[in-house]
Design a protein. Structure first.
Length: 130
């Protein structure tokens, strides 16, 4: 049988220190890898957040543009309705004025006809008395 190898206390301490140093080195490597991975994911998250913010701004711009287009269309419709109302009012006033002119002309013609009949009757009566 191969004999039992007895290690000295100093050997055991040295082995323990080497093991601790190896574990510390492994932990440092893992921490460094984790830090690199964290930096990568942080960069990805930042890029995603930037893209999300850009999409939000685009949506806001699109909403604002749509609201402005709706407001502009509403204003144009109101202006068109106002112009149409003014044109209708002007046409109604012109029609009323034309009707008034026709009525005045008719009344003038009727008065002229009545005056002519009256004058003719007076003339007949004058001729008849003489």
């Amino acid at each position: 049988m191969a004999g039992f190898k007895e290690t000295k206390f100093d050997d055991r301490l040295a082995t323990q220190q080497k093991a601790r140093a190896a574990m510390l080195e492994k932990a440092k490597l893992r921490a460094e890898e984790a830090r690199k991975k964290l930096e990568e994911t942080a960069g990805e998250r930042k890029a995603l957040a930037t893209a999300r913010e850009e999409r939000r701004r685009q949506k806001e711009d699109e909403k604002r543009a749509a609201a402005e287009a709706v407001e502009r269309a509403k204003r144009e419709a109101e202006e068109a309705a106002k112009r149409a109302a003014e044109e209708a009012k002007a046409a109604a006033e012109k029609a009323k004025e034309d009707e008034l002119q026709k009525m005045m002309q008719l009344l003038a013609e009727q008065k002229a006809a009545r005056d002519a009949r009256y004058a003719a009757r007076k003339e007949r009566l004058k001729k008849g008395k003489r």
